[in-house]
Design a protein around this ligand. Sequence first.
Ligand code: EPU
Length: 338
Amino acid sequence: MLKIHKNYSLKNNTTFGVDIVSSWFTEPETVEELEYGIRHAQERALEYLIIGEGSNLLFTGPYEGMIIHPLLSGIDLLDESETELMVKVGAGVNWDAFVEHCVRHNWYGTENLSLIPGSVGATPVQNIGAYGVEAKDLIEYVEVFNTQKLNVEILSNTACKFAYRDSIFKHIYGEHYIVINVVFNLKKKKNFVLDYGNVKEEFMKFTEQNLANLRQTIISIRENKLPDPEETGNAGSFFKNPVVPMDIFDAIQEKYGSVPNYPAGKGKVKIPAAWLIEKSGWKGKREGDTGCWPKQPLVIVNYGKATGREIFEFSEKIRNSVQSNFDILLEREVTVLH
Ligand code: EPU
């Protein structure tokens, strides 16, 4: 029988570690339990929200509905050929535990996404990405629970409409599709992606260039720059890297000399939000228990007792200041719930 908790503190359910109460909270372990939870909410006209490990969420006040945290488990090999494999993974599996599993079995593909916090169920929603690889490069299809028809459906990679930190789950379908399993297409042969930043340079320091050492390289790079949510509350990058038209970029370049950038389609470039935030003077700044991480200013942190509202207000100050300095309105990567 599915347990539904009343007035449940979400302090340990988001990586920002803010103490927010949800009126109702439940953790279904099977599709049947998930259906029961959804029906329970629908019959009582309760608003509901699906969360993974809360690594991309900021609550600024109590949640007056039901939070559903699916705990569906399992890593199952569905099919394999000489060169590739299809692996089905439950939405509730911890992402990095899955990456570790892949590396241990010599399955290639996920290694650059080592140590990204969160659950497997969140990977297609957010199209997680790091060091030149995105979830969309690995996902074959996604199994979802349709909350309107109360049945299980399959969405192909194309149907998920993946884009930079975006997918159909963040838009219309998100309202009635809940990810229950993700099927990944992985490789049996070496296919390393080493072009991002200093990945290659660090990897070459190992005597052997194998899968385990690439995972270790990525882990070290991340640990060097990004705060560990177990120690310092955070949700990774708070904003997306903005894509701007050439004229805006030229104006910035004229003022600042060289500006880091990546091509982003015709007449457009992507500028690292970290650079814009640093140039706006926020890198390492702290107000009370909220701060802008000294080694990666794209990350906003909770040093201990910050409230969700304080973190949100701090992030808005950064956004306003980048807008007035550069005429660029940063888009949030983190989902804020008021
Ligand atoms: N930069 C600065 N100052 C800094 C740090 C960085 O100016 O203090 C500039 C530099 O020009 C640097 C550039 O920002 O070259 C890029 O920095 P970094 O490689 O750290 O990557 P990012 O663009 O800031 C993105 C993702 C990260 C992901 C890394 C590595 C987004 C919003 N963020 O950050 O993802 O780990 O690339 O691939 O795309 C996350 O989504 O939560 C996340 C951490």
